[in-house]
Write a protein that binds this ligand. Structure first.
Ligand code: NGQ
Ligand code: ZN
Length: 474
């Protein structure tokens, strides 16, 4: 018998997506730290052998692993949908970036915390159970450091803690406005740090992250923003402090940056990075959109994760990542919601598959011979890649991994009476108007019930106020 004061630590699911595929009558158990200790299949609840199974929570439908969100700039959530108007004859990533900077430069610590709290709550309601926060607005307006240099990082950590999402915090190193040491623009002043100041910040954040089960890493923003010496020193400094810590970088998102990198070094960004940096499994190459065949092969060989942000990459007009080529080389990948034009794990998978279909004029591109169901194949791969990028044991429903679980509602009209793989398929490809997510657990703690987070209304209210203040300051 479980004492009533203890939160239940066993979940029974008629269907669950394990690393090897769908299993029936699955009993998942975890310890007080939220780590899975047992994953039993074909459990007969009636037999009496199942022991604690009788006290288990019954999932409302098929259980899938929570999706790691491997790339987020939280503050950008507040202007999602608000840059969709023509500002110049030919708008682009770069004209969007000017609008985005205007927004970043009006952000306050209070607004950031409210925006991030709502965003992380939305993520939990939409099937993400962890987030890699690529955090680059460090200083006060005008670029003056806050009295506590970690002010904005701590605001993000608090937002994560309030909602229950687990965070990999990646403070961003940003020093130049272009290749060859171009000085930063005035509207980049809030992002700028010396390498030493970054290493001090990481030191300051080490106890704070450890205290809340967060992982700390580093994000050199891009080769445009970090000169070679700084890249080298920062990564070495990080790994001296935290040997396995994740390193994320925006690498080849726009053809303009590929051209600029070629003009500067004679090499393309990915090519340059592979030759000059110790890229390995601790790295995540975000937006490795523009690569040659050799770069696909070379980058995949390092074991680094390709960080793909399908809806943002579509929204910003970046280009299409060649998934079949990447997979052919054994490349690992995961998804991120980046600018948060869309916050929905299923929709990122849908957009990724649809981009491949549109560019290749084929269907079911990301299915494989071993796993013909597209949504199942993509979910398993993105969870594994996302876990690697996050630097956490969140790689799926297996002993030793964190109990990050999403239960779909089998009674949702799009899913009702279907077999489990079709339910996941319907969730990803066929249920857009209303979410089919019923419950979500992070590290074994239930955060979403009946599709909603307990802070939903209060967080929404605070978000709207913060957005209004940031869009139209008084
Ligand atoms: C960012 N976002 O850092 O927010 C970037 C835009 C840049 C994306 N790359 C700025 N999606 O790359 O310079
Ligand atoms: Zn980004």
């Amino acid at each position: 018998m479980t004492a009533p004061s203890l939160a239940p630590r066993t979940l029974f699911a008629a269907d669950a997506l394990l690393p090897a595929g769908w299993a029936r009558n699955v009993l998942l158990s975890w310890d007080e730290k939220g780590r899975l200790t047992e994953v039993l299949t074909d459990v007969d609840l009636q037999s009496g052998e199942a022991g604690e199974a009788e006290d288990a929570i019954r999932a409302a439908g098929p259980v899938i692993p929570g999706m790691p969100n491997l790339h987020s700039h939280a503050f950008q959530r507040a202007f999602g949908g608000l840059t969709e108007f023509r500002g110049q004859a030919q708008d682009s990533f770069w004209s969007w970036r000017n609008l985005m900077y205007g927004f970043a430069n009006r952000m306050t610590p209070e607004a950031l915390e409210a925006i991030a709290t709502w965003l992380y709550l939305e993520m939990l309601e939409a099937g993400y159970t962890s987030v890699c926060e690529f955090h680059y607005v460090h200083h006060d307006v005008g670029g003056k450091p806050y009295a506590d240099d970690a002010t904005l990082s701590l605001a993000l950590l608090r937002a994560a803690e309030k909602t229950g999402i687990v965070m990999t915090l990646l403070p961003v190193l940003y020093q130049t406005s272009g290749f060859g040491g171009k000085p930063p623009r005035e509207d980049q002043a809030r992002f700028i740090r010396s390498t030493d100041s970054m290493l001090s910040l990481l030191q300051r954040l080490t106890p704070a992250t450890q205290a809340q089960n967060a992982v700390l890493g580093l994000a050199p923003h891009s080769l445009r923003a970090v000169p070679p010496d700084s890249l080298k020193a920062a990564v070495a400094g990080l790994h001296a402090m935290l040997p396995q810590a994740p390193v994320h970088i925006h690498i080849a998102e726009q053809t303009q940056e590929v051209d600029d990198c070629l003009a500067w070094s004679g090499q393309r960004p990915v090519q340059w990075l592979l030759e000059h940096a110790p890229v390995d499994e601790s790295w995540c190459l975000v937006h490795a959109t523009h690569m040659t065949a050799d770069e696909y092969a070379g980058a995949a060989r390092t074991g680094a994760v390709a960080g793909i942000c399908p809806t943002t990459e579509a929204n910003l007009g970046d280009g299409i990542f060649d998934m079949p080529l990447w997979l052919q080389h054994g490349g690992r990948w995961g998804v991120g919601s980046d600018s948060h034009a869309c916050v929905n794990a299923a929709e990122e998978l849908l957009m990724l598959e649809y981009g491949q279909r549109l560019s290749r004029r084929q269907r079911n591109v990301l299915a494989s011979s071993g796993q013909p169901e597209v949504a199942t194949a993509m979910t398993l791969q993105a969870v594994q890649g996302g876990a690697q990028a996050a630097g956490r044991a969140i790689g799926g429903l297996a002993v030793g991994e964190q109990a990050d679980l999403v239960a779909l509602g089998a009674q949702h009209v799009a899913l009702r009476d279907l077999p489990a793989p079709s339910m996941l398929s319907a969730h990803v490809f066929g249920s857009h108007r209303t979410s089919a997510i019923d419950s979500v657990w992070v590290a074994g703690q239930q955060r979403i019930t009946g599709g909603r987070h307990t802070l939903h209304d209060a967080a929404a209210h605070a978000f709207v106020a913060a957005r209004s203040a940031t869009i139209a300051p008084d």
